[in-house]
Design a protein around this ligand. Structure first.
Ligand code: 7PM
Length: 277
C-alpha cells in the first residue's frame, strides 16, 4: 500500500511512524511566539532525524475532559508551525483537526494529510476535505473529549467501530474522496475502556477488510498506564513501544507516537521478522 503525501509517496509496505508534535497551550501568537515556535520546529527536526515519516501537528487538546479550544486558538497554535515546517523540513505534515477552517488554512500553509479525530463529521468538513483533495485519516470517537470516558459502552466494540468507519468511508466516496485518499483509525482512548482498547488491538487485522491503510495512536495513553498498574504518563515508553510492535504485527500501517527513536528501532525488528512470515 502507498499513501500520497503532497509531492511524495509513503511506502506503507512496512509500518511507518507518525511523530506527535503537541503545540503548547499558549498559542504562538502571544509573546512567546518565537520561543515556542522555534522549540516546535526543533522537536519536529529531531523526530524526523529519528525516523518519523510524518509529523502530526495538533492544536486542539483532545484529552479526556478537555475543554473546547476556540477556532482562533487552534489556528494560532497550528498554522505558524505548519507554515515554518513546510519551508524548513522535508517531511509529510499532517494536521490533527476537525475544523474545516483549520484544515483549509493548514493546506494553504503546506500540510499534506488531514487527521480528523471526528472523521469529517463537523459541518462542512466533508466538502472541505474533498475540495482540498488531501488524504484524510478517519478516526472513531464515541462522544466528545469532554465526556467520552464517562461510561464508554458498545453492543460489540469491534463491530460498532468497524461499521462506523465503513459508513464514514462510504460518506467520503459519495462526495468523491476515493479509497486511495483515505486512512482509518479505531481511535484508542476515544470513548473506550482499557478492555475495549485491548480488544481493538488484539483484533486489529479485522479492519484490513475496509481496504484502506490503518493508523493507530496508543502512545502514552491511559490504556498503557492501566496495564502497568497505573504508571504515569512519563513512565509509559516501553509499554507504548510494545503496543506499537503488536499493532505493526497485527497490520497497522502507521503508528502515531511521542517516542519516535524507540518506536522506529522496534519496528525495524518487526520488519526483519515479517520478512520471514
Ligand atoms: C486521550 C489521550 C485522547 C491522548 C487522545 C489523546 C489520536 C489522534 C490524538 C489517535 C489519531 C494524544 C491523543 N490521539 N489522532 N490524536 N489517532 N489519528 O496523543 O489515536 O494526546 S490526541
Amino acid at each position: 500500500m502507498k499513501l500520497r503525501c503532497g509531492n511524495r509517496t509513503l511506502d506503507l509496505s512496512s509500518t511507518k511512524v507518525m511523530g506527535v508534535l503537541n503545540t503548547t497551550p499558549d498559542s504562538f501568537s502571544d509573546g512567546g511566539k518565537f520561543a515556542t515556535l522555534d522549540a516546535a520546529i526543533l522537536r519536529a527536526e529531531t523526530m524526523v532525524s529519528q525516523g518519523a515519516a510524518i509529523i502530526d501537528v495538533g492544536g486542539e487538546s483532545t484529552r479526556p475532559g478537555a475543554g473546547a479550544v476556540t477556532l482562533q486558538q487552534e489556528l494560532d497554535r497550528v498554522i505558524p508551525v505548519v507554515e515554518r515546517m513546510s519551508h524548513s523540513i522535508d517531511v509529510c505534515i499532517s494536521v490533527d483537526s476537525s475544523s474545516p477552517e483549520v484544515m483549509l488554512a493548514a493546506k494553504k500553509a503546506g500540510a499534506h494529510l488531514l487527521n480528523d479525530v471526528r472523521a469529517l463529521q463537523r459541518e462542512g468538513a466533508l466538502d472541505t476535505a474533498r475540495e482540498m483533495s488531501l488524504p484524510v485519516c478517519l478516526m472513531h470517537m464515541q462522544g466528545e473529549p469532554s465526556n467520552m470516558q464517562k461510561n464508554p459502552a458498545y453492543a460489540g466494540v469491534l463491530d460498532d467501530v468497524y461499521v462506523f468507519l465503513a459508513k464514514r468511508i462510504q460518506a467520503c466516496n459519495q462526495v468523491g474522496i476515493e479509497n486511495d485518499q483515505i486512512l482509518i483509525d479505531p481511535g484508542f482512548g476515544f470513548g473506550k475502556t482499557a478492555q475495549h482498547n485491548y480488544q481493538l488491538l488484539a483484533k486489529l487485522e479485522r479492519f484490513k477488510t475496509l481496504g484502506v491503510p490503518t493508523l493507530v495512536g496508543m502512545s502514552r495513553k491511559s490504556m498503557i498506564g492501566d496495564a502497568l498498574g497505573g504508571a504515569g504518563v512519563d513512565d509509559r515508553v516501553m509499554g507504548s513501544v510494545a503496543a506499537a510492535v503488536i499493532a505493526a504485527m497485527n497490520g497497522a500501517h502507521i503508528v502515531r507516537v511521542h517516542d519516535v527513536k524507540e518506536t522506529v528501532q522496534a519496528l525495524e525488528i518487526v520488519k526483519a521478522t515479517k520478512a520471514w512470515q
